[in-house]
Ligand binder design. Sequence first.
Ligand code: ZN
Ligand code: FE
Length: 255
Amino acid sequence: MTLDIKRIPCLRDNYVWLAREPASGAVAVIDPAEAAPVKAKLAALGWRLTHIINTHHHADHTGGNLELKAWSGCTIVGPRADRARIPGIEIEVGDGDIYMFGEEPARVYDVPGHTRGHIAYWFEKSAALFCGDTLFALGCGRLFEGTTQQMWTSLSKLRRLPDETRVYCAHEYTQANARFALTVDRDNADLRARARQIDEMRARDEPTVPSLLGEERATNPFLRADDPALARAIGLAGADPAAVFAAVRSAKDKF
Ligand code: ZN
Ligand code: FE
């Protein structure tokens, strides 16, 4: 039995995720931006909250922590490296740890770049990756606290996960990301097809998250900084992947 995962749109473009582990009945909310929509969704499902799982400290990921904890008595799990900035944290995890959520293990990865303490959780059995603001569908998070080298290293770790991994990122940024991706990787046929599909989905008001890691590897320019075709396309043939990554990230910042 694998995780039962539900989406809760919050704030302007955040996705908060609920995950229920069926063997134990444990229910986690991942990165609760705010409490009210989480409570409403739990009530509609008849689920009882047992855990909050945080990827990083930003308010649009932890804003509901204390209210939900006071309301449910749930346990808060988050990055050890950023313990001081995670409201209510009780269980601290970091790179290489296996965190048992109910009866399903999650492998934890340190993925600094967006923030210095950012982590991601990979539930292998459920083929689910909760990666916060590190890897987005067709994009990656802005570098608020880390270097481009750190972010490239972080994304390189996530890129190694299996193709069928579903990428549960925390924002619906995909359509804008696709527009940008096409400016740096316009000869990529997979990307062009995906961009068309995303336009159709958004026209129908459908979410584009989760995506599959296999399609990210083929189409997300931030996972392709070591692809010679991308380096050539942006005039950096032969450059170091970290330099290509930095150029793509900086172009996106100005896009
Ligand atoms: Zn963030
Ligand atoms: Fe965010």
